[in-house]
Write a protein that binds this ligand. Structure first.
Ligand code: SAM
Length: 277
């Protein structure tokens, strides 16, 4: 699985070049795109086109070649294979047949955007492309709203405005970054709150190029939210205590809610002591 540049050809790795030059064939999505890349580096290897429309037909042929011992490299049009790109089924089936699969890592738009977005990166969720239908897109965003992590989305330019508006409505006015045309001539990073980014877009002509949208995690709970949470915990504890021992009730509620055992235990003791009625 060979990663290739996401724009700037200088980002090819030494190992990617060596592997692409050495394999029996290169599996690619689009022979024109990969042909151009290989020519640029003076590499001449046979290409095998594999994409979602011919995957079912071509996959058995690829697996047969792997079984014969051929060395095949899989590349995406750009970046890391399997990241919002085909490849996963093939990797899975190769592995299930005992074919060794190796990563030749390199550029990835999501990781490049995370590295420059200035938002927390200790925990992130890669969403990739949202569904194109509005209702499905909004449903997905509603699910993501509760995820306590930075979110990474890929988006097409003509949908950026609508997506930002839906994000603002369903996720709140989060800090965000639009990373456009990373590593390319017209690379641009915009940082700001969703509302401001959206307002700036409204003043301009439609954005162009490839882009990653990074959204910061949800804000810390409002004061008072914790009280509401404690009420819900007490309620869950009362129910669990009705069914079993204090120890089991604490374990059950902590596991269900993800709240620490010590905090749940303290609340349980309060309840048992009758402090809360
Ligand atoms: N496999 C690729 C990777 O590792 O990032 C992603 C492929 S996905 C089909 C293409 C999407 O990735 C684009 O629509 C855009 O959202 C994002 N992308 C790819 N190259 C980019 C770049 N140079 N700058 C910003 N986003 C990019």
């Amino acid at each position: 699985m060979v990663a290739t540049p996401i724009g700037n050809l200088g980002d090819i790795t030494l190992r990617a070049r060596a592997v692409l030059a050495a394999v029996d064939a290169v599996i690619c999505e689009d022979s024109r795109v990969t042909g151009r890349l290989l020519r640029h580096f003076g590499i001449a290897r046979p290409l095998l086109v594999y994409h979602e429309h011919n995957a079912a037909r071509i996959r058995p042929r690829i697996l047969a070649r792997l079984a014969r011992g051929d060395a095949l490299a899989l590349v995406a049009d750009a970046g890391t294979p399997c990241i919002a790109d085909p490849g996963y089924r093939l990797v899975r089936e190769a592995l299930s047949r005992g074919v060794p699969v190796r990563a030749v890592p390199g550029p990835c738009a999501a990781i490049a955007a995370l590295s420059v977005c200035g938002l927390p990166t200790d925990r992130f969720l890669f969403q990739g492309f949202l569904p194109s239908r509005r209702s499905a897109r909004r449903r997905t965003l509603a699910e993501l709203a509760r995820v306590p992590a930075t979110l990474v989305l890929y988006e097409a330019p003509h949908r950026l405005r609508a997506t930002l508006a839906d994000c603002l409505e369903l996720l709140g006015d989060r800090e965000a970054c639009i990373a456009r045309e990373l590593t390319k001539r017209f690379e641009e990073l915009r940082h700001g709150r969703l509302r401001d980014l959206l307002a700036a877009l409204d003043e301009e002509s439609a954005p162009r190029g490839e882009m990653v949208l990074v959204l910061g995690p949800p804000a810390a709970p409002e004061p008072g939210a914790e009280e509401g949470e404690e009420d819900a915990l007490r309620e869950a504890l009362r129910e669990a205590l009705g069914r079993g021992s204090l120890r089991d009730a604490v374990a059950e509620v902590a596991a269900l809610t993800g709240v620490s055992r010590s905090r749940v235990y303290r609340l349980a003791l309060e309840l048992e002591g009758g402090g809360e009625g």
